[in-house]
Design a protein around this ligand. Structure first.
Ligand SMILES: CC(C)(COP(=O)(O)OP(=O)(O)OC[C@H]1O[C@@H](n2cnc3c(N)ncnc32)[C@H](O)[C@@H]1OP(=O)(O)O)[C@@H](O)C(=O)NCCC(=O)NCCS
Length: 206
């Protein structure tokens, strides 16, 4: 863990903060990165997080945290986790996403989320969820653009009293999951039940 993801290095000639910037993406390395995340997140998100919350995510899923840098300056981050949901699905979760105001609108937020989702797919996730304030049109548009759909409205979800949307992205089924479902379908056929009857007519409840 901790090696640079270095997934994308782009030279940008006209990218806002300076005439020529070098935007690149880096995976979380160690506790030294913690203050960078706290600075970025505390500045922008309405919800206050304790250091224990940050450590919960970063110690358990360091590979699901990425930064965007302009040269030596960090200006964006995403913090996520993934675990089993009710013993049925592997669920990825985007906990925090922030891009400094000076760098918004350049698809950096989308790129950070995509990098985390790629890791989640590698880890066998079936779906990704997150919450966003119903008034956060920027975030809602970003996630909609990545294929997320509104799953639920959560009443007064945030400490500031604002409602949230739970957004969900269904990922392509892994080979393992397909094999598991095929085995279930075969067992049902042996019992004389049409697979569609129990799998909701082909719609798989994850
Ligand atoms: C939300 C946030 C991360 C977006 O970062 P970003 O790098 O500017 O987003 P992107 O450039 O990847 O935008 C992706 C899409 O969303 C749209 N979008 C982003 N912010 C928008 C805004 N404020 N209003 C309207 N559309 C917006 C972009 O136009 C783009 O749409 P397109 O694909 O049709 O061009 C950033 O505004 C931010 O840090 N906000 C404060 C923290 C926050 O709200 N985090 C999300 C918590 S759920």
């Amino acid at each position: 863990m901790g090696e640079q993801a270095a997934a994308c290095v782009e030279e940008r000639q006209e990218s806002g903060a300076s005439a020529s910037t070098s935007i690149h993406y880096v995976q979380y390395k160690d506790e030294d990165d913690l203050t960078i995340i706290m600075d970025l997140v505390d500045k922008e998100l309405s919800e206050p997080y304790s250091i224990f919350t940050y450590r919960y995510f970063l110690h358990n899923w360091p590979h699901l945290c990425f930064f965007a840098y302009d040269g030596d300056t960090p200006f964006g981050t995403v913090v996520c986790k993934m675990d089993s949901h009710r013993g049925q699905a592997m669920r990825g979760y985007v906990a925090m996403l922030v891009v400094d105001k000076a760098y918004r609108g350049k698809r950096v937020g989308s790129e950070l989320v995509k990098m985390a989702i790629r890791e989640m797919i590698k880890g066998g996730c079936d779906e990704v969820v997150l919450e966003a304030e119903v008034v956060n049109t920027g975030a809602l548009k970003l996630y909609q653009g990545l294929g997320f759909v509104r799953d639920k409205r959560l009443h007064r979800y945030y400490l500031n009293g604002v409602d949230a949307y739970r957004l969900k992205l269904l990922l392509p089924l892994s080979e393992e999951k397909l094999a598991e479902l095929a085995a279930q379908a075969e067992a049902l056929e042996l019992e004389g039940v049409a697979p569609g009857d129990s799998l909701g007519g082909g719609v798989v409840e994850l």
